[in-house]
Each structure stands twice: as structure tokens, then as C-alpha cells.
Design a protein around this ligand. Structure first.
Ligand SMILES: C[S@@+](CC[C@H](N)C(=O)[O-])C[C@H]1O[C@@H](n2cnc3c(N)ncnc32)[C@H](O)[C@@H]1O
Length: 124
């Protein structure tokens, strides 16, 4: 989709292995790897919009602006409380009550697609 990717250590998966290359095929996005949260936070250009299962605005009612950074948590534990507190907005993808969460890739695809739709950000 032409968006840059920020990866924040510690990550729950190895970076640079063959499985990642296979998943990304030939389409390596612009990627910055941050040593920790502090290093990432220093480079946030605009609003930080956290996708979370814990409250927040339902995705159909959420509004995105160009320059927003979308933040997604770890597959295992989501994000720590201090990251929740730091976010400028929190967005929840509504699920049936018996489901706890989507996996990271699916949540990212849904959230990114909606943000790009609202901001006319899809490639032409
Ligand atoms: C597998 S989930 C993490 C589950 C973790 N136990 C939790 O409750 O946060 C991985 C990431 O996908 C995103 N995600 C998954 N389901 C979501 C939902 N329904 N709404 C918003 N974000 C979601 C969040 O960013 C979450 O941190």
C-alpha cells in the first residue's frame, strides 16, 4: 500500500529470516527498526492511533487524517499500559462477543484499509 513500517523492539518474532522474506515476497516496505519505545516515540510525526481490543472508538466511527501513525500491539500481549496512555486515539475493530481478538496481520489489514480509504491514500 506504499506505507512505511516501524518495528519497535522487543519484537515477538525474528527479523531477517527466510519466513519473513517469503511472507513479504519482493515487496519490502520502507522499514525502520527502533531499539525501544523511546526511540520510536521521538520520531512520531503526527497523531498516534492505537488499535486495541481494550475500549476505544469503534472502527466504523473512527476518523483518520493524513499523517496518522497506526500502532498495533504484539501478537501475544498487545501493548503495555503506558503505550495505551500515550496514544492520541484508540480504535477497536468490533467483533462478535465470543471472540477476543483478531491476529495482528488481519487487524492491521483492516485498520490500514479503512485509514487509507478515508484519507484517499490508496495507490491510484
Ligand atoms: C492478537 S492481538 C493481541 C491480543 C492481546 N491479548 C490483547 O488483548 O491485546 C494483536 C494486535 O492486533 C490488534 N487487534 C487485534 N484485534 C483487534 C480488534 N478487535 N480491534 C483493534 N485491534 C485489534 C491490536 O493492535 C493487538 O495488539
Amino acid at each position: 500500500m506504499g506505507v512505511a513500517v516501524d518495528l519497535i523492539e522487543p519484537m515477538g518474532f525474528p527479523w531477517g529470516d527466510r519466513a519473513r522474506k517469503r511472507a513479504a515476497m519482493d515487496y519490502e516496505p520502507e522499514t525502520i527498526r527502533h531499539a525501544d519505545w523511546t526511540a520510536f516515540e521521538a520520531r512520531i510525526p503526527g497523531r498516534l492511533v492505537l488499535f486495541t481490543t481494550r475500549g476505544g472508538t469503534r472502527l466504523p466511527e473512527a476518523r483518520f487524517t493524513p499523517g496518522d501513525t497506526l500502532l498495533f500491539g504484539a501478537e501475544s500481549s498487545g501493548v503495555p499500559d503506558f503505550v495505551h496512555d500515550r496514544a492520541d486515539a484508540a480504535v477497536r475493530i468490533p467483533l462478535r462477543p465470543e471472540l477476543r481478538s483478531l491476529n495482528l496481520a488481519v487487524a492491521t489489514g483492516i485498520g490500514l484499509a479503512e485509514a487509507l480509504r478515508q484519507t484517499e491514500g490508496f495507490p491510484q
